[in-house]
Design a protein. Structure first.
Length: 252
């Protein structure tokens, strides 16, 4: 008979430990092969590519006294409407006068979540004051958008949806804001503010060989025409008929 080991139970923990270590390495290798999820990018708002609005004032202020409600979720958005409105004022409003001031008042910059939708609403008012602090004009603009809310949405899945909604809403706001300023504050707008919807110049055709394109000669201007009468050999007809000779007078 063969000898029985003194401690046979010590062999199994050793095998179990090696198996656990191998399984851990396999799991780690499998996790390493899974591609990492791409990081989401949320560029900040920028409206410097739009037409600036030159106002005949000496300074421009932004008053954001708006207070969010208890159900506002704008803090979840990578682009808050409040920050986007401030950037719109910074990029688009230019003080080009010597007196007076303009104040952009942010009246609403909210994002809300409903049962099946998320919505946003923004409102601003641009006031013009003279040097004596008298309000002489104003323009008000608003924009709103809604988006369908996916089921079982979490804060993480809401972030890209809120970013897209805010970005589109601010595109609408820039169009509405420029229209209202041009319509209601025309007297305080400098002539250098060309509308954003200006028609571009037509593109000239360029030949492939690099030579200047041939141009058709301009048509010759027609010579002035004069009215001519046909020549006549006959003497002109007198206006008064000639008096005929009566002959010698009879003697008395």
């Amino acid at each position: 008979m063969s000898a029985v080991p003194a401690h046979p139970t010590r062999v199994f923990p050793r095998i179990a430990g090696r198996a656990a270590a191998a399984l851990t390495l396999l799991l780690a290798a499998g996790c390493a092969e899974e591609p990492a999820a791409p990081a989401q990018s949320f560029p900040p708002p920028n409206y410097s590519y739009l037409t600036p609005l030159y106002l005949n004032v000496a300074s421009i202020e932004v008053a954001d006294g708006w207070t969010p409600s208890s159900d506002d979720i704008s803090w979840l958005s990578p682009m808050r409407p409040l920050d986007a409105l401030r950037r719109m004022a910074q990029d688009r409003l230019v003080a080009s006068g010597s007196s007076g001031r303009a104040v952009l008042r942010i009246q609403d910059a909210s994002l809300h979540r409903g049962e099946a939708v998320i919505g946003g609403h923004v409102t601003v008012e641009l006031d013009i004051y003279t040097s004596g602090d008298n309000r002489v004009g104003f323009a008000e603009a608003s924009a709103a958008r809604n988006s369908t809310l996916p089921p079982d949405a979490t804060d993480a899945t809401l972030r890209p949806l809120l970013y897209t909604l805010t970005k589109g809403m601010m595109d609408d706001m820039n169009i509405e804001f420029e229209y209202e300023v041009r319509h209601n504050l025309h007297d305080w707008l400098q002539e250098t503010s060309t509308p954003s919807s200006a028609v571009p110049k037509p593109v000239e055709q360029q030949p492939l060989d690099g030579k200047a394109p041939a141009t058709d000669p301009a048509p010759a201007s027609p010579k002035p025409q004069t009215l001519s009468l046909p020549p006549t050999d006959t003497a002109p007809t007198p206006l008064v008929p000639p008096v005929s000779d009566p002959g010698p007078k009879p003697s008395m």
